[in-house]
Ligand binder design. Structure first.
Ligand SMILES: [Zn+2]
Length: 202
């Protein structure tokens, strides 16, 4: 997510890179606000993603996006102060492919709201594991539809069995990430940020 990694970075992009190089020297004062989450809206105002403030500033400085809401912090660099965004909006509409979310442990736990899908216990991420509903040893794959959040107790009890064989039942059918799911995740992330509300809660 560095300015250098932008393939289409023009003069504005290089300018942005220089600003961040300067900002890096003030890491103590700027570090936190540069990692703050920023809501990314499509040109249509549809929420499509969450990124770090640093990435959002690169998009704004390159003219790809504009700031819709600020987070109250400033990035001090090269004798100027830039307001750090809380919400940005892309200036050109982008088609967003469905299911663009990466399959990862973190995203499965987010989808399942850190809840064991067999016994409904809510646990911190570190105390949950991922269960293959159809066990791997019996041909189950690592997909959105076959992975669920699971506590260690249920995971041991289920072992290499299908849920009914172990006398267990899923709370609900695991689904791939869709627009609804990712909006749910954006809502979870934005719950503490009033400025996100009007774009996410309607
Ligand atoms: Zn459990």
């Amino acid at each position: 997510m560095s300015a250098r990694s932008e393939p289409e970075a023009g003069p504005t992009g290089r300018h942005a890179a220089g600003l961040f190089a300067a900002a890096a020297m003030h890491r103590d004062s700027n570090g936190n606000s540069l990692h703050a989450p920023v809501l990314v809206l499509n040109a249509s105002y549809e929420p499509i993603n969450v990124c770090a403030a640093r990435r959002a500033l690169v998009l704004v400085l390159k003219g790809v996006a504009m700031t819709e809401e600020e987070n109250g912090h400033f990035l001090h660099a090269a004798r100027i102060a830039i307001r750090v965004p809380s919400v940005i909006r892309l200036l050109e509409y982008r088609r967003i492919p469905h299911q663009s979310r990466a399959l990862s442990r973190k995203n499965i736990l987010l989808r399942d709201r850190n809840t064991c899908q067999y016994c409904a216990t809510v646990l911190p991420s570190g105390e949950l594991t991922l269960d293959h509903v159809i066990p791997r040893s019996r041909g189950g794959s690592s997909t959105w539809e076959n992975l669920v959040a699971c506590c260690h107790g249920c995971n041991r009890r289920k072992g290499n069995q299908f849920p009914p064989e172990a006398g267990m039942k899923l709370m609900r059918e695991p689904r791939a990430f869709n627009l609804h799911t990712s909006r749910h995740i954006m809502r979870l992330m934005g719950r503490s940020d009033d400025k996100w509300r009007k774009y996410l809660f309607y």
